[in-house]
Design a protein around this ligand. Sequence first.
Ligand code: G3I
Length: 371
Amino acid sequence: MKNRQFLSVRLITLISLVASGVIIVLASSCGACGREKASIESDSLKGLKDFYMGYFPVGVAVAPNSLDGDQAELIRKHFNSLTAENAMKPGPIHPEENRYFWEHADLIVDFAQVYGMKVRGHTLCWHNQTGAWMFQDSQGNQVTRETALARLQDHIKQVVTRYKGKIYAWDVLNEAVTDDQDPAKIFRESLWYNICGEEYISKAFQWAHEADPGAVLFYNDYNTENPVKREKIYNLLKKLIEEGVPVHGVGLQGHWNISNPPAQEIRESIDKFSSLGLEIQITELDVSIYASRNDTINMGFTPEREQKQMDFYRTAFDMFREKKDFITGVTFWNISDRHSWLDRRERKCYPLLFDEDLKPKKAYWEVVRFW
Ligand code: G3I
């Protein structure tokens, strides 16, 4: 009897122990659930800029008409730096010799001021989107080297002075180095180069510096991960620095795609340019789901492409965080997949972190979760 009583006590104890274990396990897993839920909720309140607060500003290229409605809301939540996608380029902002069109650029700068955002200026000198008048006289003949340089000087002075103290960094010179894989050919055969020779490059930086000595001055280019082009850009920047030209940073545009460039080449570029003591910014980031601009097979945003894009973005931002001592900004080129400069009528490229409804894509979470 005593023995039976003892056994039943043992049994009850065992049952209660198992039961309490189950309760503890359940309780603790519910705690994890709650914590995870709370962290998802707090993460969704944060924007890209908040996750990257201790690293670098996160920017976006905008048009004035995107500073309104749901896009403006998204911009304010996620970004703390703006670049004008087109409004500050020489053609749009200076359409005729004696006429500047400030309205669109002003709207962007004003928006940034109101919401406490930085502004990168893009761009003071480029072979593209520059008024034909810049290179022609009243008879339509090509101007002399002196006239072209004088016009460039005036343009830079007017634009930089207007936004002095409001634009903290300028892409002074955009895409001046050739893509030609012949190592002997350095410069793009632009009108600037053909009319003025190499000199326009150092002058452009000097004039920008004179107009705003506080601005950080960048050389900006694409395909900076191509080893031949990288070497040419490196040599050009090294020479400018040795000559005392005020160049402070290099912009890697970052028009990449899910297959290219290899992460190792991006790393090599960051390391090589920063070894010159230059700041690095990723100035025009997007990651197309197509391997090339000529890839016209429209397969859409398939799960495979989505996964590759997630992997690309995760690897890239892991590297950017690792290189935070050299990287002083990362800017996306356009806001969401609703509109990208890459889209053609027959295909969309889905290159950004937000979808057409402005919702964060899976790639977004790869960028903001630091493992
Ligand atoms: O503003 C006119 C408008 O008046 C006209 O009705 C319309 C008709 O097509 O064209 C409008 O201009 C277009 C402009 O974008 C504004 O939408 C131009 O045709 C078009 O060529 C221009 O494209 C821009 C492109 O630079 C020009 O090369 C893209 O928006 C812009 O995203 C892109 O940005 C460049 C960076 O500055 C430098 N790095 C490469 C990057 C991508 O090409």
